[in-house]
Design a protein around this ligand. Structure first.
Ligand SMILES: [Fe+2]
Length: 165
């Protein structure tokens, strides 16, 4: 097995893993959205992130298809991931939205790094053409992570205001 072939196998596996990660994000956001209604700005940004995650997952699907990877098997794995995530329902702890924001920031950091890995693997696998697509998704993760991080003080204010209401 050549190095390039080996890199391609690793790359395709990485694309599949990231597809599962995006799918998990979709499920998590779906699950958390109803509890973010008291935070309108956060709610609409998370809705947009939900839509973006669907697009990001579709991009990964398209790349896999481009490299001849089967789509049908993938969809089954995806359904399973959503079901798993949807199973996490928390009782209404008051500060859970703040905890969700922190978790989301961590998740975004993980996703940014994952796309960095995929970019390096794409190079090694001779799939440099894929990079602009992966870079686009990485940029979106970065933007969302930055937005969440810079809005922490306003989330805390909104939480305190809600608590004293
Ligand atoms: Fe994502």
């Amino acid at each position: 097995v050549s190095n390039v072939k080996q890199a391609m196998d690793t790359y395709l596996n990485g694309l599949r893993n990231q597809h599962a990660v995006e799918t998990q994000a979709i499920g998590t956001i779906q699950n958390e959205l109803p509890r973010m209604k008291a935070y309108p700005e956060l709610h609409s940004k998370m809705e947009a992130d939900h839509e973006r995650s669907v697009t990001q997952a579709a991009r990964l699907d398209d790349l896999l298809e481009k490299h001849g990877s089967k789509k049908s098997l993938l969809k089954e794995a995806v359904t399973g991931a959503v079901a798993t995530v949807a199973g996490f329902t928390h009782a209404g702890a008051g500060d859970e939205v703040l905890k969700n924001v922190l978790a989301a920031i961590g998740f975004k950091a993980y996703e940014i790094s994952s796309y960095k890995v995929l970019l390096a693997l794409a190079d090694a696998a001779g799939a440099g053409d894929d990079k602009p697509i992966l870079e686009q998704s990485m940029k979106e993760e970065q933007e969302m992570g930055d937005w969440l991080g810079s809005h922490i003080p306003s989330f805390v204010d909104a939480y305190l205001a809600q608590k004293s209401a």
